[in-house]
Structure formats: C-alpha cells, structure tokens
Design a binder for this molecule. Structure first.
Ligand SMILES: C[S@@+](CC[C@H](N)C(=O)[O-])C[C@H]1O[C@@H](n2cnc3c(N)ncnc32)[C@H](O)[C@@H]1O
Length: 198
C-alpha cells in the first residue's frame, strides 16, 4: 500500500480517522488533574480537538500538522480558548522549537506513521520532551500480539512503542481506556511515559 498523502486527504475531506472530538481518555486525564501545566504539544493534531481540550490559562498549547486545511478546520471551529493555543503547519520530523515541552500527547499519530518513521519519531520525542516531562500515548489500535498487516492505522502495543523509546523514557503506567470513540472499544490503552533526566 502506498503511504498516505496527508495533505491530499485533508484537501479531499477524506479523514476517516476523525472522531469529531477529543477521546474520553484525554478528558479523564485532565479531570484527574494529571496533565502537567506549562508547555503542551500535540503532533499530528488534525482538526485540533485535543488542543481545545488541553487549553487552560496555565498552559501554552502547541499543535502541529502537515496540513493547512486541517489548521483551517481548527480555526473555524475553535476560538476564544483559554491560555495560549498555537497551531503550526509543518513536518514533525523537522520540528525544532526554541523550548522543550512539559507534556506531549500522541493520539493516532504514531499509528499513522510508516514503520520506518518510528525510530525517527522516538528521536524527535526524546528531543522535544523536557527531562522529567511526560509523554502520553493513547495507543490505538491496540493489538497484542501484533498481526501481519498494513496500515495506517498500523496495529500497535506498549512493547512496540517501548522498544523505540526505552533509552529515553520510563514507562509509568498503562491502562485500558474505559470509554472511547464509538467503534474503538477495547482497542485503546493509555501509556504514560516519563522522560529520563539523563
Ligand atoms: C490519523 S491522523 C490523526 C489526527 C488527529 N490526531 C486525530 O486524532 O484526529 C494523522 C495526522 O497526522 C498528520 N501528519 C502525518 N505525518 C505528519 C508529519 N510528518 N508531521 C506533521 N503531521 C503529520 C496528518 O496530516 C494527520 O492529520
């Protein structure tokens, strides 16, 4: 299967991954006050629901996506958010902001990447999350063991992600998402990782 042309998909409005809202697991993490304040980053943020959900007076939220159409969708739907929310258009693999992030949220970004992009994904994440900062990966579609097959979305699980990031991140916990978007029941695990200080 050819890799997805993301900009074309957004232009054509072919966005079957778009759940129309943030996943309940992110809302729950916020309700439990477990999302660090400060700089938050959402790579591959699509229509930006998670930027709006993370928006808070004590947070500077940055979203990044390849598609300016995705950004337009966000700008049309969201205004007057609390705190500072910025949506940048660009390539995650070339992203080099002047500061590090306290919190990074990955939902359906890792699973959307081609397998050969996973090691670069890990290298960029290691660079972007500050020491002791948190990386939260809501793993979907969670499958164990991983079957042969094509993506995106590529089937993923904790061990797969851990294999790429264990030098830089310590796994804090993994929990099955109690509530999900329709059709994703039982297929989401929230894995929280702490950036090692060294
Ligand atoms: C499967 S979609 C998920 C979007 C969003 N996270 C959601 O849950 O609705 C993957 C997103 O990643 C974006 N993307 C893919 N490769 C990217 C890259 N190298 N840099 C930035 N964004 C990228 C795509 O444009 C697309 O919006």
């Amino acid at each position: 299967m050819a890799p997805v042309d993301w900009q074309e998909a957004w232009k054509a409005g072919t966005t079957p991954w778009d759940g129309g809202a943030s996943p309940p697991a992110l809302r729950r993490l916020l309700a439990e006050d477990r999302v660090p304040r400060g700089w938050a980053f959402v790579p591959g943020c699509g229509a930006g629901y998670d930027l709006a959900t993370l928006a808070h007076v004590d947070r500077e939220v940055v979203g990044l996506d390849l598609s300016s159409d995705a950004r337009d969708a966000f700008l049309e739907a969201c205004s007057n958010l609390p705190g500072q929310v910025t949506y940048e258009v660009g390539d995650f693999f070339a992203y080099d902001p002047p500061h590090r992030f306290d919190f990074v949220w990955d939902y359906t970004f890792f699973c959307a990447l081609e397998p050969q992009q996973r090691a670069p994904w890990a290298a960029v994440m290691s660079r972007l999350v500050r020491p002791n900062g948190m990386l939260a990966t809501l793993l979907f579609p969670y499958v164990d063991p991983i079957p042969d097959g094509e993506g995106p979305p590529w089937p993923i699980n904790t061990d797969l992600v851990r294999g790429f990031i264990e030098d830089a991140f310590e796994l804090l916990e993994v929990t099955e998402a109690e509530h999900t978007h329709p059709g994703r029941e039982g297929k989401e695990r929230l894995a929280l990782w702490r950036r090692k200080a060294g």
